[in-house]
Design a protein around this ligand. Structure first.
Ligand code: IMP
Ligand code: MG
Length: 193
C-alpha cells in the first residue's frame, strides 16, 4: 500500500469522524479490565509476576490492568513489529528486547490484540528459550477470523470481528491511540484512493 490517505487533521473531532462504530466503550473496557485483574490476582496469589508488555499498543491496557492487581509485580517491555499498514507482513521483527533477564520469573505477556497469532507465537517461542518459571498470555482483544497460529490465551478481554480497530492504545499509522474507547476504523481511511 503506497498511496495511503493520512488521517485528516482538520477539526477537533477528526479522530471520531474516522470511526464507523464504537465496539467497546470506555466503561465497558474498564469493567472488563477489572474482571481480568481480579482473575489474575487470584491465580497468582502468593507469587510475584513480571508483566511483559508489548509496545506500543498494549501500554494503556497494561497501565489500567496493573492498577487493579493486588499481587506484587514488576513490568518490562518488548517491541516487535509484524505490521505494515493494516495487513500483517507475516515477518516478525524484534525491535526492542527486555531490560531484565526473564529466567526463573513468572512471565505474563500483556498484548493489545492477537490477530493472525504470528506475533504472539514468535514472542512465546523467544521467551520460552530463556527458561522462565512460567509463561502466560493476557490479551485485551482476539480476532479469531484471521488466525494462522493457534494461541492459548490465558486471559482474554473480548473477541472482535474481522475489522481494523483503533483506540485504547491501538493505532493506525501511529494515530488514534489516545481514543478512550475501541472503534472500527472506516476503511476509506486506509484504502487506496
Ligand atoms: P498478529 O501478529 O497478526 O497477531 O498481529 C499482532 C499485532 O498487530 C498486534 O499486537 C497489533 O499491534 C497489530 N494489530 C492487529 N490487528 C490490529 C487492529 O485491528 N488494529 C490495530 N492493530 C492491530
Ligand atoms: Mg500489539
Amino acid at each position: 500500500m503506497s498511496s495511503l490517505r493520512t488521517p485528516c487533521l482538520c477539526g477537533k473531532n477528526f479522530m471520531q469522524n474516522d470511526i464507523s462504530e464504537i465496539i467497546f466503550t470506555e466503561s465497558q473496557i474498564q469493567k472488563r479490565v477489572k474482571e481480568l485483574a481480579h482473575e489474575i490476582s487470584d491465580d497468582y496469589k502468593g507469587k510475584q509476576v513480571t508483566m511483559v508488555s508489548v509496545l506500543k499498543g498494549a501500554t494503556i491496557f497494561l497501565a489500567d490492568l496493573m492498577k487493579n492487581l493486588s499481587i506484587p509485580l514488576s513490568i518490562d517491555f518488548m517491541a516487535v513489529s509484524s505490521y505494515k499498514n493494516t495487513e500483517s507482513s507475516g515477518i516478525v521483527r524484534m525491535i526492542m528486547d527486555l531490560r531484565e533477564s526473564p529466567e526463573n520469573k513468572n512471565l505474563l505477556i500483556i498484548e493489545d490484540i492477537i490477530d493472525t497469532g504470528l506475533t504472539m507465537h514468535y514472542l512465546c517461542e523467544n521467551l520460552k528459550t530463556r527458561r522462565p518459571k512460567s509463561l502466560k498470555i493476557c490479551s485485551l482483544l482476539y480476532k479469531p477470523a484471521r488466525k494462522i497460529k493457534e494461541i492459548k490465551i490465558d486471559y482474554l478481554g473480548f473477541e472482535v470481528p474481522d475489522k481494523f480497530v483503533v483506540g485504547y492504545g491501538m493505532d493506525y499509522n501511529e494515530i488514534y491511540r489516545n481514543l478512550p474507547y475501541i472503534g472500527i476504523l472506516k476503511p476509506d481511511v486506509y484504502r487506496r484512493k
